[in-house]
Design a protein around this ligand. Structure first.
Ligand code: NAP
Length: 377
C-alpha cells in the first residue's frame, strides 16, 4: 500500500513539478481539487458516490506523515549538477530523502546516483545497495566500484535514442549531400556543384549495436542508407549487415564510407579509433565519434586527415571536456567539433529510473538497465 501511495504521489509530483510552489503543497492542492470535483459530480448526478471527507483527511495525513521510503545520495564531483538534480528530486519526489555526499545523512543512503563518484564511495556510504549511473555510459563509475559487487544500473531513454538519431542524420547528410565541400568552397567564394549522391550509395557502419547503435542503424535504414553494424556478439537487425568481434572487423570496415562510433568505453574499446582502423576504411571515408573521447587517438586522426585518406570527422566527445583551447583539433581542416551535445537523457527519465530502481532493489525486484560489471557496459 505504501509503495502504491508513493507511486501516486510521484505521478502527481511529476505532473505538478513546474508549479511555483513546494512539492507537498502541489500534491495536497491537487488531491483536494480531485476530491471536490468528485463531490461536484455527485451533486450534479454524474456519478453516484464520492469519497467521504474523512478519506481526504486520511490521505493528507498519510502523505504528511509518510517517512522517506528511499534514501538517495548524489555521488558526483559536479556540485552544481547535484544541486540541480536534488532540487528537482525534492519537487517531484517529496517523500524520497536526498542528500549530497558531504551530508552526514549520506552514511545512511541506500542508493547512490552516480556521475564520476569518488573511489571510496562504499566506505563513505556503507549502506549502499545500488549504484545508479545518471547516464547511458558507466565508464565514469571507475574500476573499483565496477568490481565491488554492488549492482550498477544506467539510464536508457527513448528520447535520447531519437536525439542521437537526429544528430547522426545531420552528420550523414553533411557528407552525403556534400555540405562540407560547399562550406569549404564558400570560404574561397567558389561556386561548384557536386553530383547528388543518393543515400543508398552511402555505406554507413555503426560501431556498437546496443540501445543507441541499434536504434541508429534501424533509423538510417529507414532513411535509405546502406547500413552495416559491428558489435561484440552476434546481433540481428532487418536490412543491416551485422558483423561481430575482432575476426569480422576488417571486413566490416572495408565496406564503410562512414563509421559512427557508439561503443561504450571499456578496456577493449579504449583507443579503438586509431591508425590501424583508419587504414582499413576505404579512401575518403568519414568518422563520427559519439561514444567517448578516449575511443579516439587524436594524433592518428589528424595524420589520416592530413594524408587525405580520411575526408572528414565529426567529434562530439573528448577525453577532457571542454576541449582545451590549444588542442589542434579545433583548427584541423575537415574536423567538425560539437560540445558533447549529440543527445542527453531527460531529467524525467534519469530521476524516474533512479527512484524506480531504488525501490526495486529494496523490494528485491528485477533492476532495469543493469550493467554487466565484467564487460564494463
Ligand atoms: P549499450 O546498449 O551498452 O551497447 C553497447 C554496444 O557496443 C553493444 O552492441 C555491444 O556489443 C557493443 N560493444 C561493447 N564492447 C564491444 C567490443 N569490445 N567490440 C565490439 N562491440 C562492442 O550502449 P548504448 O546505450 O548504446 O550507449 C553506447 C555509448 O554511447 C555509451 O556508453 C556512451 O559512451 C555513448 N553516449 C554518448 C552520448 C553523447 O551525447 N555523445 C550520449 C549517450 C551515450 P553486444 O551487443 O555484443 O553486447
Amino acid at each position: 500500500m505504501k509503495s502504491l501511495n508513493c507511486a501516486v504521489y510521484d505521478l502527481i509530483g511529476r505532473f505538478a513539478a513546474d508549479w511555483p510552489v513546494a512539492g507537498s503543497l502541489q500534491v495536497g492542492a491537487i488531491k483536494a481539487g480531485a476530491w471536490f470535483c468528485r463531490r461536484l459530480c455527485v451533486s450534479s448526478g454524474i456519478i453516484k458516490t464520492a469519497p467521504p471527507l474523512w478519506r481526504l483527511c486520511h490521505l493528507t495525513r498519510d502523505f504528511t506523515t509518510m517517512s522517506a521510503d528511499l534514501k538517495i545520495v548524489f555521488a558526483t564531483n559536479d556540485n552544481a549538477l547535484a544541486d540541480r538534480l536534488i532540487s528537482r528530486m525534492e519537487s517531484w519526489y517529496p517523500h524520497v530523502s536526498v542528500c549530497k555526499l558531504d551530508d552526514p545523512a549520506a552514511a545512511e543512503a541506500e542508493v547512490a546516483a552516480c556521475w564520476y563518484p569518488p573511489e571510496d564511495l562504499l566506505q563513505r556510504c556503507p549502506n549502499l545497495k545500488l549504484l545508479q549511473a545518471i547516464s547511458a555510459g558507466v565508464d565514469h563509475i571507475g574500476d573499483a566500484l565496477l568490481a565491488s559487487g554492488v549492482p550498477i544500473c544506467r539510464v536508457v531513454d527513448e528520447g535520447q535514442k531519437h536525439g542521437m538519431l537526429e544528430y547522426v542524420l545531420w552528420g550523414m547528410l553533411h557528407y552525403q549531400r556534400d555540405f562540407d565541400l560547399a562550406l569549404a568552397n564558400q570560404a574561397n567564394k567558389v561556386w561548384k556543384l557536386h553530383p547528388q549522391r543518393r543515400p543508398g550509395r552511402m555505406r554507413v557502419g555503426v560501431m556498437g549495436l546496443g540501445q543507441l547503435g541499434g536504434y541508429i542503424a534501424e533509423g538510417l535504414v529507414s532513411f535509405g542508407y546502406s547500413v552495416s553494424g559491428w558489435s561484440r556478439t552476434d546481433r540481428h537487425f532487418d536490412q543491416v549487415s551485422c558483423y561481430a568481434g575482432e575476426a569480422e572487423m576488417t571486413e566490416f570496415l572495408a565496406n564503410c564510407d562512414a563509421i559512427i562510433n557508439l561503443l561504450p568505453l571499456t578496456p577493449a574499446t579504449d583507443g579503438i579509433l586509431n591508425a590501424s582502423l583508419f587504414e582499413r576504411l576505404p579512401q575518403g571515408a568519414v568518422v563520427m565519434n559519439c561514444g567517448r573521447g578516449e575511443h579516439l587517438n587524436e594524433a592518428d586522426l589528424i595524420a589520416a586527415l592530413a594524408s587525405g585518406h580520411l575526408r572528414g570527422a565529426i567529434l562530439d566527445v573528448f577525453p577532457k571536456e571542454p576541449l582545451a583551447q590549444d588542442n589542434p583539433l579545433w583548427t584541423t581542416p575537415g574536423v567538425v567539433i560539437t560540445p558533447h551535445m549529440a543527445s542527453s537523457a531527460s531529467g524525467k527519465a534519469i530521476l524516474g529510473q533512479l527512484v524506480d530502481n531504488g525501490r526495486h532493489v529494496l523490494e528485491g525486484l528485477p533492476l532495469m538497465n543493469l550493467v554487466d560489471s565484467e564487460q564494463g557496459y
